[in-house]
Design a protein around this ligand. Sequence first.
Ligand code: SF4
Length: 358
Amino acid sequence: MCATRTQDIDATVEQAEAIRKAGGDLVRVAVDSAKDVEALAEIRRQTRANLVVDLQENYRLAALVAPHVDKVRYNPGHLYHHEREKPVREKVRFLAEVAREHDCAIRVGVNCGSVDPELKARHPEDDIAAMVESALQHCALLDDLGFDRYVVSLKDSHPRKVIEGNTRFAALRPDVPLHLGVTEAGIPPEGVIKTRVAFEQLLSRGIGDTLRVSLTLPNPRKHEEITVGRQILADVAAGRFRSVPVFDDDKLNIISCPSCSRVENEAFVGLAEQVREMTAYARDHALTIAVMGCRVNGPGETDDADLGLWCGPTTVNLKRGPESIGSFRYDEVLDRLRLELDRLIAARGGAGGKTSDA
Ligand code: SF4
């Protein structure tokens, strides 16, 4: 995925080419505005990379981007935000018609952190079931419309949920191609380990047709996502398995988004690294800290974390679960994060037996 500003055409073309040359078959570009669409058309002219755009809440944007891309991705959990009175079936029909007209494929990208609220309510104890049901529903909608150029993804930041969700889905719809990914896997090497754990488990069972590696990396290194993915594929093909097949649930888990053009302050990647360093003392506590790059997905994607940070242009918004703690300057947020982390550890009776003085 390109993390450059889409309207910075030169930088985005350069990054798309770097990803393509590293072995990426499909490059994702973020589009949020009419100016981004204009830039996308020019990027299309200047790169040989196959392009995909991820539709956020404005599904109608598909009509503008489809002429310039090979695939569009929509998130079923985002189809509820706009035109609430309109049935989801009609929105999917619109997307399928646009894709058909412009010879595009579709990815139904279900994300555990943003599942359709109705399905979440139906499966309060089992978010994987909600994720799988959402994917099945949308496959049925596309099947009814006679649209078969689609692929499904079921992603989460935890490899266990990725393995479980994809395994359940594959058992029910073995005919549907699956795109694998551990979303917001974070900074290497932890992000690589989470990804490898999930991919090795799934690929070795014959599950998965395409994949994406999602790492928090500075722009000049974004293409390394491809190198990591290709290496995992080569290892699995050769029978070289490196992962301990269980990702440790009892430890501190730091998740961070891979960044994209929506990042409003480039300090984000550095902040994610500082969070990892600063919180090392709490490594034996079963807590999750999420660090997200923007206001588009940051507020929602941090809801399920014990502590969440999402980055704005000049401040970082700190959360405890879904509750906001406040906005802090980039140079002051780490101190407040540490305070909140200590409070959480103390509130849990110091489970894991560590304090911040360690
Ligand atoms: S959280 Fe925002 S910046 Fe990060 S990948 Fe998602 S949309 Fe892009």
